[in-house]
Design a protein around this ligand. Structure first.
Ligand code: EZ4
Ligand code: CO
Length: 397
C-alpha cells in the first residue's frame, strides 16, 4: 500500500479545525486532527509545505518509522506547530492501519481495558447562581464529573467562564487579580459542595496564573472540598515549581495541556509531582508518543487526563477515546462536546451516554469528514484572549 495524496482541510463550523486526510492507492482514507487554537495556519503550512511531500509514495503501515522520520528528520525538535503536524500524520496512519485490519483502533492498542470512558464536562458561571445552574445543566446532560470555573467579584469576564475556551477577535484582553481569585475560590467550592454533596467529582483549572507559593495556598485551602484535580496551577514550562506546590498540598494536580513531548514531563513524572498527564493526542505528536507517555506515567502511578476542549476536533477526540479505552492507567477524559454543525461536518462513531464515551465499533477511528460542508464554512481568523493585571501588565497564562 502507498500514500498517494494528503490534502489539508480547514473548516470553521463554529470554530476553526484543521484536518489532514491521507489517501492510499488501495482506496483507504485516514484522518488526523492538526488543530492548534489561534495558530491554525502555521500547522497547515508545516503539513502542506514540509511533511506531505515526504509522505507521498510511503507505506502507510510503517507508523513508528514515519513518526521517527518526521521527528528526527526535521532536526528542530518539539514545539506545538511541529508536534501538531506530526500528530495529524500519526493519527491518520493509525486510522488507515485499523481500517486495513477491519478493526476499531482501540483493538490495535491492546483492546478494551474498560467498558466505557468516564468524562468530565465544563460548568461555568459568572456568579454562584449562574454556576449552580450550569452544574445542573451538566448533570442533566449526564455528566458524572464537572469542572467548575467562575467569575471573580470585582473582575469582568474571566477566561474559561464567560469566553469559555472560545477564541475571540473582538475582546482579546481580560482583567486579572490573583489576590481576589485566591480569596474567592475556597468559598465557591464550599458552596458547591454544600449544594451538590460530597460524592460529585469536582475539577478546577487555574490556567497557569499562579506563582508556586500561591498555588500551594490554593491547593491547601481547597483540601476540605476534595477536588478530583486542580489543573495548571503554575506556568507549565517551569517543572521545578511543582516541587514546592507538591510539598504543601494533598490536592491532586494535573498538568500538561500545553506540553507536546514526553521530555516536558520528565521531572514531573519521575519525581511524582503530578497525578494526571494532560496532553492532547492532537498536540503531543499523536497516538504513538501518547501511548509511550502514558506507559511512562504508569510506572509512577500517574494517570491519564487527556485534553479534550472544543478546540480539539472530533478527529482528535475519537483518537483520544480509542486510547482511553485501551490504556490501563486511564484517569478521566475531558469532553466539552461540539456544536451541532461540527458534529454534522465530522460524522463520528463515538457516542456519549451517562457521562461516558465509547469509541464505537467502526473500523479505524470511525470518522468521516463531509468535505462539502467543510468547504461551506471556511477559515475564520480568531485569537485567544490575554490576561492583564489592573495596572495593565500582561499576566501569566
Ligand atoms: O484553554 O483548549 O482544560 N482545558 C483548557 C482549554 C484551553 C484551550 C486552549 O486552546 O484549559 O479550554
Ligand atoms: Co486546561
Amino acid at each position: 500500500m502507498k500514500i498517494i495524496d494528503a490534502p489539508v482541510i480547514v473548516t470553521s463550523p463554529g470554530r476553526n479545525f484543521v484536518t489532514l486526510k491521507i489517501t492510499t492507492d488501495e482506496g483507504l482514507v485516514g484522518y488526523g486532527d492538526a488543530t492548534l487554537n489561534g495558530r491554525e495556519l502555521a500547522v497547515v503550512s508545516y503539513l502542506r509545505d514540509h511533511l506531505v511531500p515526504l509522505l507521498l509514495g510511503r507505506d502507510p503501515h510503517r507508523i513508528e518509522d514515519t513518526w521517527q522520520l518526521l521527528y528526527r528528520g526535521g532536526y528542530w525538535r518539539r514545539g506545538p506547530v511541529t508536534m501538531a503536524a506530526i500528530a495529524a500524520v500519526d493519527v491518520a496512519l493509525w486510522d488507515i492501519k485499523a481500517k486495513a485490519a477491519g478493526l476499531p483502533l482501540y483493538q490495535l492498542l491492546g483492546g478494551a481495558s474498560r467498558d466505557r470512558v468516564r468524562t468530565y464536562g465544563h460548568a461555568n458561571g459568572h456568579d454562584l447562581p449562574a454556576l449552580f445552574d450550569s452544574i445542573d445543566e451538566q448533570l442533566a446532560l449526564g455528566y458524572q464529573a464537572v469542572r467548575v470555573q467562575t467569575g471573580i467579584p470585582g473582575l469582568g469576564s474571566v477566561y474559561g467562564v464567560d469566553s469559555g475556551s472560545a477564541s475571540t477577535s473582538s475582546t482579546p484582553v481580560e482583567e486579572w487579580d490573583t489576590a481576589a481569585y485566591l480569596r474567592h475560590m475556597p468559598h465557591v467550592f464550599e458552596e458547591v459542595r454544600n449544594r451538590f454533596g460530597a460524592d460529585l467529582p469536582l475539577l478546577h483549572d487555574a490556567h497557569h496564573r499562579l506563582t508556586p507559593v500561591e498555588a500551594a495556598r490554593l491547593g491547601r485551602e481547597l483540601e476540605p472540598y476534595h477536588l478530583f484535580w486542580l489543573e495548571d496551577v503554575t506556568p507549565a514550562e517551569n517543572q521545578q515549581a511543582l516541587r514546592l506546590v507538591r510539598q504543601h498540598t494533598t490536592t491532586p494536580l494535573a498538568l500538561g495541556e500545553v506540553f507536546n513531548t514526553v521530555f516536558d514531563y520528565q521531572t514531573l513524572v519521575t519525581e511524582q509531582l503530578i497525578d494526571f498527564v494532560r496532553s492532547a493526542v492532537t498536540h503531543a505528536g499523536g497516538i504513538t508518543p501518547m501511548r509511550k507517555l502514558c506507559d511512562f506515567a504508569a510506572l509512577y502511578q500517574i494517570k491519564s487526563g487527556i485534553h479534550g476542549p472544543e478546540d480539539i476536533s472530533p478527529v482528535g477526540m475519537a483518537a483520544a477515546v480509542h486510547l482511553d479505552l485501551a490504556l490501563h492507567n486511564f484517569g478521566i477524559q475531558e469532553y466539552s462536546g461540539h456544536t451541532a454543525l461540527t458534529n454534522q461536518s465530522f460524522r463520528h462513531g463515538y457516542t456519549f451516554e451517562d457521562g461516558h464515551l465509547h469509541p464505537g465499533e467502526e473500523p479505524g477511528l470511525g470518522i468521516v469528514l463531509d468535505e462539502e460542508l467543510a468547504a461551506a464554512n471556511p477559515y475564520d481568523p480568531a485569537y485567544l484572549p490575554v490576561n492583564r493585571l489592573r495596572d495593565g501588565t500582561v499576566h501569566d497564562w
